[in-house]
Ligand binder design. Sequence first.
Ligand SMILES: NC(=O)c1ccc[n+]([C@@H]2O[C@H](COP(=O)([O-])OP(=O)(O)OC[C@H]3O[C@@H](n4cnc5c(N)ncnc54)[C@H](OP(=O)(O)O)[C@@H]3O)[C@@H](O)[C@H]2O)c1
Length: 325
Amino acid sequence: MKAVLIHRRTDGATLALGDVPEPELGHGQVRISVRAVSVNYADRVVPQGGYGTPPADGAAWVAGLDGAGEVTEVGDGVSGVQVGDRVMAMVPGSLAEQVVADARFTVPVPPAWSDEEGAAGIVGLLTGCSAFTAAGGLRAGEGVVVTGATSGMGLQAVQLARHLGAGRIIAVARSDRADDVLHRLGADLVLHSSGPGFAERVLDATGGTGADVAVDHVGGCYFPDLVAAAAVNGRIVNVGRAAGAEATADLEAFSLKQLTLRGVTFRTRTPAELAALYQQVRNLDLTQLRPVIARVVPWTQTEEAQASPSTGTAVGKVVIRVGAE
Ligand SMILES: NC(=O)c1ccc[n+]([C@@H]2O[C@H](COP(=O)([O-])OP(=O)(O)OC[C@H]3O[C@@H](n4cnc5c(N)ncnc54)[C@H](OP(=O)(O)O)[C@@H]3O)[C@@H](O)[C@H]2O)c1
């Protein structure tokens, strides 16, 4: 079958269409005929060996971290998923004509959604659910801050926070390019900051109280502001570290406000934890949570799309259409 392969070289990596054997279907798995795959921040890290280990023999491997398509075969022990179902999943090696996934780690694509929307939605839904519920403990009416709000994850986090009944939602972004979309998705206020210094504005906007839950996609130099902008008993959830993995914290403020810092990742979750998270996403009313797509490109343009997902003024996820044009 055809797939987009990552070829690692000493001076970087290149991506190109190639041929690989069809994946074998295991117990509890479904075979998906992939129609669309989205571009994630992590796609830029994978060719460098991030998020898993590249094949030791230097062989090329299949790109893609998520996708949506139609189930064409179900393995032994699968219940609740049938041939012909449209599903979305977070699954490595998805930029291929077929991929196999654990049936528990799939979500039906809502009938009103396109395959592209399914591909664009799944990672943000899983990430947002994990950040706001288990990690952030968001309760109805609580105030929220979302940093990196222009990112695919950020846009969905704002939308999900509104859906989950958050109170005042403050989005923090480096530019104003997504302001209209962020307001439409549920942000009450969009602050612009490309570095430290937004805490004061969060405190002003919350009458000095601060935010109950911060979902942070930026890390690094933003972190001190998240501590300064937090309410008493606030929860700061680190999702991404686009501005760096190291940060300083005012531990005096941290203790005084009785703050909680949580990190979230999929990489160290048990299968049972992952299955519970997928179930949580299945339980959402997804008709209210349609993802935002900036553009759709053919899979022959994967390398370019993954290298510069947010070029131009378009806001939302970049989606790669899988298969012949
Ligand atoms: N923990 C998890 O389970 C999990 C799951 C998914 C994603 N993530 C993380 O979440 C983050 C967002 O992922 P994504 O796929 O949605 O990314 P994306 O769409 O590629 O967007 C990247 C975002 O990072 C912002 N950014 C980059 N460098 C920055 C800096 N120095 N200061 C402030 N903002 C900066 C960009 O702002 P501009 O728009 O202004 O360029 C953009 O909003 C990534 O860090 C990713 O690793 C974590």
